[in-house]
Design a protein around this ligand. Structure first.
Ligand SMILES: Nc1ncnc2c1ncn2[C@@H]1O[C@H](COP(=O)(O)OP(=O)(O)OP(=O)(O)O)[C@@H](O)[C@H]1O
Length: 346
């Protein structure tokens, strides 16, 4: 059942910037949905409208069937964690967490029990007396998360919560947050422009562009079956090759790939891991560079007209710069007029 329902929500800022454009989304109970998109695509604005920090110009937001579109943040059953954790530096960790519960006039022993339980949950048991500046960046972000969770919101809103942390810590925290989210079964909306973060954490990903949805799907589907060239180019590495289809064959320079669609221009999409190479002279392409990553190799290739494409190979030592190769795609998709028009079944 959907808990959060966003219907035709828009935000137009002064000066006529359309940040969010008639956006709709249903989020199911206990689901974690990532809003993923390039800078300026409207992710934060949308999240802030759900949290009550930005007023929609149009549309309706409901939680559990109740309209909250114009309620102030503290009247909503939402908890938001921002990129910069915005903890109160003059209070210790316990007081940071207890503050919201005190406003709700809970008895002191209940506040203590709840705060200690949530500190345990985020791996900070025993840190209650620490001042926040005595904590590392990762610990501060855990406190920010705990401060939201202790109020038991129906919807957790996370706005790039790991952006200020280093790569290693970011990976660890995203696993922890996903574990906590699944344990609590808390419905979560998560903003990121990191595709790894979205692919590894989300139940579903909303790929946003110019304030609109480009695609909503499970992470593996978004990766395997992008519906538009934008999503294909945005998620993972993709060779997007423009060419022409004639009599069921895609043609770009000396590249020929069977493609059973009507004649006309098309964009062929091939993941590097779906592009096998066979040594051939002169061949369809020439090896520009071979990079050996230990577990696999990446071969940069030039088509005769200079277009650069990539192939992932398991034996990089078989290839060297300057060598000619034929290209043998094992899985392809094709786009025309910004829509997917073909996908092979492999
Ligand atoms: N307060 C504001 N006043 C005017 N324009 C704004 C305001 N906040 C955001 N915008 C504009 O709205 C658009 C969407 O911004 P938003 O921050 O939602 O994007 P984003 O996808 O979250 O980007 P980022 O990943 O960089 O945070 C941008 O064009 C931005 O410049």
């Amino acid at each position: 059942m959907s808990v959060l329902k966003i219907t035709d929500v828009s935000k137009v800022f002064a000066g006529n910037t359309v940040a969010v454009d008639k956006f709709s989304l249903d989020v199911a109970d206990g689901e974690l949905v990532c809003l993923l998109g390039p800078s300026g695509s409207g992710k934060s604005t949308l999240l802030r409208m759900v949290g009550g920090f930005e007023r929609p110009s149009g549309g309706v937001i409901t939680i559990d069937g109740e309209e909250i579109t114009h309620l102030s943040p503290e009247k909503r059953p939402t908890g938001m964690v921002f990129q910069s954790h915005a903890l109160w530096t003059h209070m210790n960790v316990f007081k940071n967490l207890a503050f919201g519960l005190k406003l709700r006039r809970l008895p002191a022993d209940e506040i203590k029990r709840k705060v200690e339980a949530v500190l345990e949950l985020v791996g900070l048991a025993g840190y209650g007396n620490r001042l926040t500046h005595q904590l590392s960046g990762g610990q501060q972000q855990r406190v920010a998360l705990a401060r939201s969770l202790v109020l038991e919101p129906k919807i957790l809103l996370l706005d790039e919560p790991f952006a200020s942390l280093d790569q290693h810590l970011r990976e660890r925290l995203r696993e922890e947050v996903r574990d906590i989210q699944q344990r609590l079964k808390i419905t979560t909306l998560f903003v990121t422009h990191g595709q790894d973060e979205a692919l590894s954490m989300a139940d579903r990903i909303v790929v946003m562009r110019d304030g609109r949805t480009e695609q909503i799907d499970r992470p593996d589907v978004v990766y395997r079956d992008p519906k538009t060239p934008f999503v294909a180019g945005f998620i993972g590495t993709m060779n997007l090759i423009e060419g022409t289809v004639s009599n069921g064959v895609f043609i770009r320079d000396s590249l020929r790939v069977p493609l059973p669609i009507a004649d006309g221009p098309a964009i062929l999409a091939i993941r590097p891991e779906s592009l096998d190479l066979v040594a051939a002279e002169p061949g369809m392409a020439r090896v520009h560079r071979v990079t050996d990553y230990g577990t696999h190799g990446l071969v940069d290739l030039d088509l005769p007209d200079g277009e650069r494409i990539k192939s992932m190979v398991s034996h990089p030592d078989l290839f060297k710069a300057g060598q000619g190769v034929d290209l043998n795609p094992t899985a392809i998709a094709a786009f025309r007029d910004k829509m997917q028009v073909y996908r092979s079944q492999t």
